[in-house]
Design a protein around this ligand. Structure first.
Ligand code: SF4
Length: 248
């Protein structure tokens, strides 16, 4: 085990729950999103590694923890819940956005304001290519934006797809929305030398007609000996191709 990792215990109140994802980029030919759990953002304290966390989260939260889909579904973690548990500090700070991961001994001390659990509808009218219905959540049935509900299963996110979201929206009006996302991104920089670059990017899985939405500036996608390559947003259309309607 890497000696630089530290196991800590923590306690706090949830201020946001968002999907955790990895994104692989290759020029503007490919942007593949993979949803792999949830990030919970908390106001609270940690014991055993305080000096290992960044100090400044611009007031939105004190620390964030990566949890699994199973952990999210078992405890139904939502905004306002008071939680405690253990977690580990990061092995690679440049590849993982959450401050802490490998969460354990998760316990809900006090439930929040009983956030809405959205209904997952199996859409028979717009099925997958093999005829299987697509699992959907129709955001317009619930108050928002921002949608401060319990998050649906990751499968729902995967079928919705994500589009680029401005970082200032992510930090501001969108921060508590279940459709907001800070992704761990790998940019394929040179296939021949297996050279990649890592960074974090903000995305939105929410309705296409959300009034809070702003894409932000086009994003540079660097590649060896190429310059000026930018994701201008047209990959978003491909990523959202399975949506049934803009209000979804
Ligand atoms: S833009 Fe996206 S993340 Fe922001 S409030 Fe709307 S749906 Fe939620």
């Amino acid at each position: 085990m890497d000696k630089s990792q530290t196991k800590i215990t923590w306690h706090g109140t949830v201020v946001s729950v968002q999907p955790r994802s990895t994104v692989w980029r290759y020029l503007i030919d490919n942007r593949t999103h993979r949803e792999c759990g949830f990030n919970i953002f908390l106001k609270g304290s940690i014991m055993g590694g305080e000096n290992l966390l960044p100090e400044d989260h611009e007031g939105n939260y004190d620390f964030s923890i990566a949890i699994s889909e199973k952990q999210e579904q078992k405890l139904e973690i939502g905004i306002g819940d008071e939680l405690q548990g253990t977690a580990w500090t990061k092995l690679y700070s440049g590849t993982e956005f959450a401050d802490l991961y490998r969460a354990g001994s998760l316990k809900k001390i006090k439930a929040g304001d009983n956030p809405v659990k959205p209904e997952v509808v199996l859409d028979q009218d717009h099925p997958r290519y093999d005829g299987t219905p697509i699992p959907r959540v129709f955001s317009d049935k619930y108050p928002g934006p921002a949608w401060k509900m319990l998050p649906p299963p990751l499968e729902v996110y995967a079928w919705r797809g994500a589009r680029m979201l401005s970082r200032s929206c992510w930090k501001g009006k969108c921060f508590q929305c279940i459709w907001a996302n800070m992704a761990n991104v790998t940019v394929e920089y040179n296939f021949d030398t297996n050279n990649v670059k890592h960074r974090f990017e903000t995305f939105c899985y929410g309705p296409k007609n959300c009034r809070f939405y702003k894409m932000g500036p086009a994003r540079s996608v660097p590649y060896y000996r190429m310059s000026g390559v930018k994701d201008q947003g047209w990959l978003d259309e491909i990523c959202l191709e399975n949506r049934s309607r803009p209000e979804e």
